[in-house]
Design a protein around this ligand. Structure first.
Ligand code: AMP
Length: 306
């Protein structure tokens, strides 16, 4: 029985405990192999859930897998460190890679199919075709990381074509990415449901990220300013402040005096258009990005409509 043994996590999710009767995790490294396996599942009438990742898995990723597991018959994941979404001076070469550990974690969570292609498989020599969500891709992280979202939407579109999932699972952690992928799916009439899962945090509030591994002990401590700034804004909003300028001032102020941290942006925007809002009464996304040493971290909260 697939769900014979269930346990509960601190977040309230249900991790799947592997059962001896479960099928083993199948690893596909070519597009053809993955496409054939996914099609076979769908032709057998199975609902296929898909979790795209860049590996170096943590509880945030696993929460997506658990959400997929809970609402799909077959769960597929991908591990692909996508060169197209890294800028020339970014951390592509040193991005953490832990394939064997990741494979074990996914198998334990009951994932059936893992797509882990080499770069040449995803980007054949001479590939010049891109998927770009205009305008939105230049906002928030897209402003600081030119070309980043073009790389994301191109690879996600390609992965969707390979896997053809019924539903794909993304983290609210990457709020701009969520808005951009939703827009791509809508604009291109893709037949995939986008499911967004809440941010999973460490006990002290730091949003889990593969990049947290870059932080030394002192930086790890200083990194808490991101979450702290968001909590201050949330507190003020809950107390009735609706003026985005006032909320922004309080959030940004938290960064003054943080000598190890350089604020990249602190913004309050519409969660769909990513345009700044003046008043948060209709609901808003409060998003922050900051460099802690040379590590760029992001975090956000959603303010509900009043
Ligand atoms: P990445 O491997 O960083 O590309 O992330 C793969 C997916 O995991 C994306 O949809 C992320 O938004 C999601 N994710 C990363 N960190 C978290 C987190 N702390 N909580 C929830 N989802 C996350």
């Amino acid at each position: 029985m697939r769900r014979a043994l269930l346990d509960r996590t601190a977040e309230g999710g249900c991790p799947h405990i592997q059962d001896p009767g479960d099928p083993p995790l199948r690893i596909c490294t070519t597009i053809e192999e993955m496409r054939t396996a996914c099609r076979a599942a769908r032709r057998a009438g199975k609902r296929l859930g898909f979790v795209p990742t860049m590996g170096a898995l943590h509880e945030g990723h696993l929460s997506l897998v658990r959400a997929a597991r809970a609402s799909s018959d077959v769960v597929a994941a991908s591990i692909f460190v996508n060169p197209a979404q890294f800028g020339p001076n970014e951390d592509l070469a040193k991005y953490p890679r832990s394939f064997e550990r990741d494979r074990e974690l996914l198998e334990r969570e009951g994932v059936e199919l893992l797509f882990a292609p080499p770069v040449e498989e995803m980007y054949p020599a001479g590939a010049v075709t891109w998927v770009t969500v205009e305008e939105l891709s230049g906002k928030l992280d897209g402003r600081s990381r030119p070309g980043h979202f073009r790389g994301v939407t191109t690879v996600v579109a390609k992965l969707f074509h390979v896997v053809e999932p019924d539903a794909a699972f993304f983290g609210q952690k990457d709020a701009a990415q969520v808005a951009i992928i939703r827009r791509m799916v809508r604009d291109l009439n893709l037949a995939v449901e986008i499911v967004v899962c809440p941010i999973v945090r460490e006990a002290d509030g730091l949003a889990m990220s593969s990049r947290n591994a870059y932080l030394d002990a002192q930086q790890r401590q200083r990194a808490l300013v991101l979450h702290r700034s968001l909590m201050r804004v949330q507190g003020l909003a809950e107390a009735g402040e609706r003026d985005a300028a006032k909320l922004l001032a309080v959030g940004r102020e938290e960064f003054t005096g943080e000598s190890l941290v350089r604020l990249d942006y602190f913004e309050i925007v519409d969660p769909e258009t990513l345009d700044p809002v003046e008043d948060v009464s209709g609901g808003a996304l409060v998003a922050v990005a900051a460099f802690v040493g040379s590590t760029r971290l992001i975090d956000n909260i959603l303010l509900p409509s009043a």
